[in-house]
Write a protein that binds this ligand. Structure first.
Ligand code: BGC
Length: 254
């Protein structure tokens, strides 16, 4: 049975069966638009549609969520419906799908995939994976081990929640040039560097495809800064990895 990964994002909910060895989707991913409002029940229904679309027997399913997730319960909801706060998301989605579901933070999922199959492969020491999109997500790794739910996108920078200034949403909303946005991203990275002294930053999110437009413009950061390699599928792959590693997954239970 295939392990599935599903990525809940601000604009779309997308998923696919995943080849865990290769860290790739097995089939073209399928996407439905994120419902508005993105209440838990409405989103759970979309997750079911995405998984059913493939018409395959479903093994463990991993689902990303854009907020803090502890023990399957969603704790924060910065950019989604507040009805998620305190929700047993793994239970709700598990009921919808009739299979064990693992829920984890979206940046943590993307980070797991990048550390195993992408830009962070084989890297030791402290690595910070940041995803730039509607918000800024973070995944911190120490010698390859994830410290979950770090939420570095909400660091305060010059009196602002950092993601309101340096996310790609801020770039779009304020019509910032690549240069002006890169300046903000550089300031943000320098702040994270001051706090964590990572050896490597991996820059993910959809904008990683345009790394050549802004990475060369980033100044004031000593650590190596590289673009993510899995692009749009990092969340899906990382979610599937987490599901297969969960205690409820058939292989690890055996
Ligand atoms: C949330 C994080 C999430 C990030 C990217 C932030 O607003 O607090 O949990 O990882 O957005 O979606």
């Amino acid at each position: 049975m295939d392990v599935f990964g599903v990525d809940i994002g601000g604009s779309g909910i997308k998923g696919a069966p995943v080849d865990l060895e290769r860290g790739e989707v097995v089939e073209e991913r399928f996407k439905v638009l994120t419902p508005r409002p993105a209440t838990p029940d409405a989103v759970a229904d979309c997750v079911r549609q995405v998984v059913r679309h493939f018409g395959r027997p479903v093994g463990p399913v991993g689902v990303t969520f854009p907020g803090v997730v502890i023990g399957g319960t969603t704790r924060t909801a910065a950019n989604v419906d507040k009805g998620w706060i305190g929700k047993d998301a793994a239970g709700l989605l598990g009921e919808q799908l009739g299979t064990p579901v693992t829920v984890l933070n979206d940046a943590d999922a993307a980070g797991l995939a990048e550390m195993t199959h992408g830009a962070g492969r084989g890297r030791t020491g402290t690595v910070v994976v940041l995803t730039f999109g509607t918000g800024i997500g973070s995944a911190v790794f120490i010698d390859g081990r994830l410290v979950p739910n770090t939420e570095l996108g909400h660091l305060e920078l010059r009196g602002h929640d950092a993601e309101t200034r340096a996310s790609t949403r801020a770039k779009d909303d304020e019509g910032l040039s690549w240069g002006r946005w890169a300046k903000r991203v550089g300031r943000y990275l320098a702040h994270v560097e001051m706090l964590f002294s990572p050896e490597l930053f991996v820059i993910g999110g959809g904008v990683s495809r345009k790394a050549d437009k802004f990475l060369p413009l980033i100044e004031g950061v000593s650590a190596e800064v590289v673009p993510a390699q899995l692009e749009n599928n990092a969340g899906i792959v990382g979610a599937a990895m987490a599901a297969s590693a969960a205690p409820s997954a058939p292989s690890s239970a055996a």
